[in-house]
Design a binder for this molecule. Structure first.
Ligand code: G6Q
Length: 537
């Protein structure tokens, strides 16, 4: 058994990589982007090609990154995670101390699941979901007047909203005719009001999603929506469903038309392939597309177990990210999908990546000495080209980019103008941007000079289908996990989010006049409440 290193700087290959980073591969030298390099620097998995010739890496860099992955036991740890090891922990300190088994939710297609008990649990929830869908279909489950439900409002926040919502948006092209889905997440009453104005509550299901069953925003919105039913003379218990953790305060089947479960070994931001995402998606799309989505995710999980860096797409994406961030010093990473359907994907990744790897202590509770997770952001292209790409091309900050594109559109409704379809124009823009960022452009006019050497990758698939979306989601989940292992941090807890929940409670206690709970009259919280004009007394 090899040694597990405490910090990245202790890993034997670290100094070699630091040395290589002093003179990274220069993409601006004319002729370096050869056909051979393009072909060699391409990895395929689960329907995706990852093109990475436009990264500042050579064979020597990749060999160094392979060593880094090996010496940090990255694949070994991923394999252990999938097999139920307790990964969510800080050694020597009180912590969540849990297994990390979101991958079990989709490990349903092979003969031997990596963690059989968790996959069996996931399989049972899928079976219950199928029964629910059949009852909707065959008229066993209708509203009080015998009418079918045609609308679902998904109520949840954070991990119980962002991933599911981004997947729904990505796949709504495959939606079942006549079914609609809306989301309420923010405690801002306007969020709920805007949705409630658009739906016919009589034929609406409300899917309340909260792992803990205690989240202020979600419980408030549930109460608000229940009142809306009552005001129309409808019984909310005939319309409200729940997805929650077993044993949570929301685990109360009497209050809900139907209850589905997720488990403590599934983190909120990793829960899109659990019932947290599946119930809403199955209502919107039907069960078959949901199973395809899970299968795509499962294929990518299996690809993440390969030992070879250049054959293991999630590991490769992770290590290229580590190279750019920890060795070349980039602070942020932009994910730029050339697909309007992925317009909420960066919002999901923002949470999944930054909540996972925005940490300052190691898995042993020690202060880290190097930067951990980058700032992740993004918007769809080509829209972004008409906005922030200026900084990407000529700004003083180098932003590594992960482009995502598809050879074919989802609806297939397209138009040819001047010899190319809209989809071809979309993909051509993506490819041109990738090359321009890498190679740059000389000019005698300094203001028209593009320095290049802006590292990027292209993720390319045929079409954004449910299966491909599952693979994309799992690719990023595994990338984040690998990077967390490499920086030796716990990617699975979220003390910063918990703090927000406590702070909100304290300030609300002050507002209600409970000075002892929230702090005294002269506390900063009280002063700010008075300044904002919302304090009592
Ligand atoms: C995710 C986080 C956080 C969480 C929300 C909602 O990993 O823990 O974003 O998902 O705070 O929590 P509940 O699902 O418990 O309502």
């Amino acid at each position: 058994m090899m040694k597990r290193w405490q910090a990245l700087t202790d890993v034997p290959v670290y100094p070699h990589l630091v040395e290589l980073a002093r003179h990274p591969f220069d993409l601006t030298i004319p002729g370096v982007l050869t056909p051979a390099r393009m072909q060699q620097y391409c990895c395929s998995a689960a329907g995706f090609d990852l093109l990475y010739a436009t990264q500042r890496v050579s064979d020597e860099t990749l060999a160094g990154l392979q060593k880094l992955a090996d010496q940090c036991l990255l694949v070994e740890q991923f394999r252990q995670m999938r097999r139920g090891a307790v990964m969510n922990r800080i050694h020597g300190y009180p912590s969540e101390d849990r297994q990390v088994l979101h991958t079990a939710c989709r490990d349903l297609f092979g003969e031997t699941p990596a963690e059989p008990a968790a996959s069996a649990q996931a399989g049972r929830e899928i079976a219950r979901l199928k029964v629910f869908l059949e009852e909707l279909e065959n008229g066993t489950l209708t509203n009080g007047q015998g009418l079918p439900f045609d609308t679902m409002i998904h109520v949840g926040i954070g991990g119980s909203d962002l991933g599911p919502r981004s997947v729904y948006e990505a796949l709504r092209a495959y939606g079942r005719p006549g079914r609609q889905v809306y989301f309420i997440s923010n405690v801002d009453p306007d969020d709920a009001a805007a949705v409630l104005r658009q739906v016919n509550l009589a034929t609406t299901l409300v899917n309340v999603v909260s792992k803990s069953g205690t989240t202020l925003e979600t419980l408030t919105n549930e109460t608000l929506v229940r009142r809306a039913f009552e005001q129309q003379g409808l019984d909310p218990c005939r319309h409200c469903m729940a997805v929650t953790g077993t044993g949570s305060p929301m685990d109360n089947p009497a209050r809900y038309l139907r209850s589905f479960y997720m488990f403590d070994y599934i983190g909120g931001r990793y829960s899109s392939t659990s019932m947290v995402g599946a119930v809403m998606l199955a209502f919107a799309l039907g069960i078959e597309p949901v199973l395809e989505f899970l299968e795509g995710a499962s294929l990518m999980d299996m690809a993440a177990e390969g030992e070879e860096l250049q054959q293991n797409m999630p590991l490769l994406l992770a290590m290229l990210g580590v190279w750019n961030h920890s060795f070349l010093g980039a602070s942020t990473v932009a994910v730029l999908p050339y697909s309007q359907a992925l317009h909420r994907f960066a919002a999901h990744l923002q949470q999944c990546d930054m909540e996972s790897n925005g940490k300052s202590v190691s898995r042993y509770g020690e202060q880290v000495t190097l930067k951990t997770g980058p700032i992740l952001w993004g918007e769809p292209g080509t829209n972004g080209q008409h906005a922030f790409y200026q900084l990407l091309h000529q700004g003083t900050e180098i932003v590594p980019v992960e482009f995502i594109g598809f050879r074919h559109s989802q609806y297939g409704e397209d138009i040819e103008i001047e010899g190319s379809t809209s989809q071809q124009k979309l993909v051509a823009n993506l490819l041109a941007q990738s090359l321009a960022m890498a190679m740059g452009q000389e000019s005698e006019n300094p203001n028209r000079r593009f320095p290049g050497n802006r590292p990027n990758v292209i993720l390319l698939a045929e079409r954004l289908t449910p299966k491909v979306m599952g693979a994309l989601l799992a690719l990023y989940e595994a990338k984040i996990v690998f990077q967390g292992f490499c920086w030796n941090i716990n990617s699975f807890d979220q003390e910063g989010v918990q703090l927000g929940k406590v702070l909100a409670g304290r300030v609300l206690a002050l507002m209600r006049g409970q000075r002892e709970d929230g702090g005294g009259d002269s506390s900063p919280e009280m002063s700010l409440l008075k300044m904002a004009g919302i304090a009592k007394g």
